[in-house]
Design a protein around this ligand. Sequence first.
Ligand code: 0O2
Length: 211
Amino acid sequence: MEKEWELFLAPYEQAVGEMKVKLRGIRKQFREQNKHTPIEFVTGRVKPVDSILTKAALRNIPVDRIEEEMQDIAGLRIMCQFVEDIHQVVDIIRNRKDLHIIQERDYITNKKESGYRSYHLVIEYPVQLITGEKKILAEIQIRTLAMNFWATIEHSLNYKYQGIFPEEMKERLQRAAEAAYQLDEEMSTIREEIQEAQHLFSHGRGKSKDN
Ligand code: 0O2
């Protein structure tokens, strides 16, 4: 990689590294307190230079405007078991003092035409550099494991078809997205039942102790 790009991307690398530690820290705290963790796992990446340039060309973003206009050079992804967990994670992030949310895109309520579902937050995250503080734009995608499964498969097929899917494939992917949605719905019902059962269990135990 050219030295200039390396220098440009270094604060993004730092932001992604720090955010990964912090988001994984949320999971750790839930587990330490024996609570259901709304975060299953966290990944993060800095967009490769060729992808930055391709996206900039597609969106007519001049190279000297990339920093201001490209919001996902730093990208974090949070995977959750249940749709309800996504909203809990969003609330936790909204309450943090170490970042600032500048945009929310709810592709769960409003799924994309492709069938894509996820909750996106565009944030401003301050990194401390030897030259002082620098605010970095980052995109956090929050999704269930089922949404992630679909998006990962669709993303790799996108490479094969260069974004132009044959009609039949498009329909298949839309059907698969619907199946993933049904799976999430079904899991949400089970989740409620698990919680109900846990509640009854702890209640029952409490009673027998009293007797
Ligand atoms: P990569 O390789 O994931 O980094 P737009 O793309 O115009 O709809 P915008 O403003 O770029 O919108 O942001 P958006 O839609 O909030 O987020 C774009 C990112 O969301 C994409 O990044 C993907 O990661 C993901 N995404 C959005 N739509 C889809 C989709 O239909 N399928 C899949 N698999 N992922 C999607 P990049 O830059 O495309 O690529």
